[in-house]
Design a protein around this ligand. Structure first.
Ligand code: HEM
Length: 154
């Protein structure tokens, strides 16, 4: 008689074992319950989510939006896909999430998923990728002061 199965042996270093119901959540599941793996990266010093909150609280919106001070509020500004596509570098980076266009130039170094990942939505509609990785993230709140305008129905 065999004393243990292969599955038991592979889990001997883990308690509770990886598939156990005692685990609050599997590390392969995101809070949204999707199967995208978690892959947060180490952020540079001074680039935590709290640092981002402090920066947005102390920086005027026109600076974060990257527009002249007298620019009308974002809901008055329509941005075409062509205009959006012109802002795709790290220093001049816009994306559209759920119909709103954000200037994320100042945010990219604060992104918990890393610069490389967030740059995949540079100059484009990033809604699909955004929802794929973290539909639960409150982008409206986090990037409120970075909103440049609304995406025009082309
Ligand atoms: C404006 C756009 C985006 C914002 C505001 C944003 C914000 C965030 C935030 C707040 C987190 C931490 C989530 C948490 O701790 O639960 C995060 C993690 C992450 N983001 Fe983004 N993100 C954006 C775009 C993207 C894009 C376009 C990608 C992929 C192409 C991406 C990939 C990831 C990944 C892989 C993580 C780590 C996920 C995890 O821990 O499970 N993000 N992002």
């Amino acid at each position: 008689m065999r004393s243990s199965s292969n599955r038991d042996q592979s889990n001997t270093h883990l308690f509770p074992s990886s598939g156990s119901i005692q685990r609050a959540a599997s590390n392969t599941l995101t809070p949204g319950g999707t199967s995208a793996p978690r892959k947060k990266v180490a952020l540079k010093p001074g680039h935590s989510p709290l640092d981002w909150a402090n920066l947005t609280n102390t920086t005027p919106s026109y600076v974060l939006r990257g527009v002249p001070p007298q620019t009308p509020p974002p809901f008055y500004i329509k941005i075409t896909k062509e205009e959006l596509s012109l802002h795709k570098t790290k220093e001049d980076c816009w994306t559209s999430i759920k119909g709103k266009v954000f200037n994320i130039s100042k945010y990219v170094d604060f992104h918990p998923g890393g610069v490389e990942e967030i740059m995949k939505c540079a100059g484009k509609d990033g809604t699909f990728l955004f929802n794929k990785y973290h539909s639960w993230v409150n982008v409206d709140r986090m990037l409120e002061k970075c909103m440049v305008g609304v995406l025009a129905n082309s």
